[in-house]
Design a protein around this ligand. Structure first.
Ligand code: AHR
Length: 329
């Protein structure tokens, strides 16, 4: 009876959030005396990066014998909060999530803390002053990614004034408004290019990290902006959508407009190797193995570092061509 009530309550609380159990029968998760249950609240399925990230988490949980309760928030914070509350009700051993946006998490994280359920942030950070609300944050240094993109433009300024007017006009397609990677990549990029007064961001708008978003924003930029030399897109998907818009306008991506993106997914790297993108900064989505290791330690009460930064590189055309045959995502 009690169990039936819990199932019904969870169904109401979850609303439109899609939950799929991904557990397996193995019992090698390291909780003393039993299998670990992890509740994972994913951002959505907005990009190739996200698809690879979800796959890595689901496959590693299965391999490590961790029972995974997985939800897709469809890029909506309220769905993630509902999913986290449902994991608290279900008394999972550990909650992990990749916050859609940075702010607005304190209340639900305090509920998890009161229920003695440890929380791990993965991929994206929260903007909370109370760092006791989570055990660790595993993910990329997004500011550094933006800096690398900006540094490439500084190093290649002499060939990036495509219109030859002495100025380098940059348009920027940002990630989801309020998301850590959108805020940090913008900051890293814009702070870096500030050292060359010829380089200016003339327009900047969100593409929500999606291909459709990138295409629509680029179509609008091509109509409203004159003399675009460079596009900085906050992820590959936005860049690939923008490439469609650039081609439809009769221009050649990579030549008439230089393109810098972030992620280095298979599709992005293919476009780079074909010369349609000029530079990609890597953002590694394969976080499953490190996440499951941290989860086992946290559940066993072992200490973990407060911040675990993912190692990443960057690619030009030749490097992308060399890396593509063995690229995992
Ligand atoms: O948080 C990581 C970012 O989110 C990736 O760069 C992007 O592709 C994804 O949607």
């Amino acid at each position: 009876m009690a169990n039936k009530f819990l199932v019904a309550a969870s169904a109401i609380v979850l609303g439109s959030v899609a939950l799929t159990g991904c557990g397996n029968s193995g019992s090698s998760g390291s909780k003393s005396g039993g299998t670990i249950t992890m509740g994972f609240a994913q951002v959505g399925a907005e990009s190739g990066w996200r698809t690879a990230n979800t796959k890595s988490i689901q496959e590693t949980a299965k391999k490590d014998g961790i029972k995974l309760k997985f939800s897709d928030a469809q890029q909506k914070q309220e769905n993630q909060i509902k999913a986290i509350r449902s994991y608290i009700q279900q008394k999972v051993d550990v909650i992990a999530f990749s916050p859609v946006v940075e702010t607005g998490w304190d209340a639900v994280l305090q509920e998890a803390k009161r229920a003695h359920i440890p929380v791990i942030l993965t991929d994206r950070a929260v903007d909370s002053k109370d760092t006791s609300l989570y055990k660790t944050f595993l993910g990329s240094d997004f500011v550094k990614e933006g800096q690398k993109a900006g540094q490439w433009l500084l190093d290649n300024a002499s060939t990036s004034d495509v219109n030859g007017d002495g100025k380098i006009n940059v348009v920027e397609i940002e990630g989801t408004t309020g998301a850590a990677p959108a805020i940090d990549r913008k900051k890293g990029f814009e702070d870096t290019i500030a050292s060359d007064s010829k380089i200016k961001v003339i327009a900047s708008q969100t593409g929500d990290f999606t291909r459709d978003g990138g295409k629509q924003v680029m179509e609008a930029f091509l109509k409203s902006q004159k003399g675009i030399d460079v596009l900085f897109a906050h992820n590959d998907d936005e860049g690939l959508g923008a490439i469609e818009a650039i081609k439809a306008a009769g221009l050649t991506p990579g030549k008439d407009i230089k393109i810098i993106t972030i992620d280095a997914t298979h599709d992005g790297m293919t476009a780079l190797s074909q010369g349609e993108i000029n530079y990609i900064v890597e953002c590694n989505p394969l976080l499953g193995p490190q996440l499951m290791d941290l989860a086992k330690k946290v559940v066993d009460g072992k200490s973990v570092p407060q911040r675990v930064v993912t190692e990443e590189t960057a690619f030009d055309q030749a490097q992308a061509t060399a890396a593509l045959p063995t690229r995992q995502y």
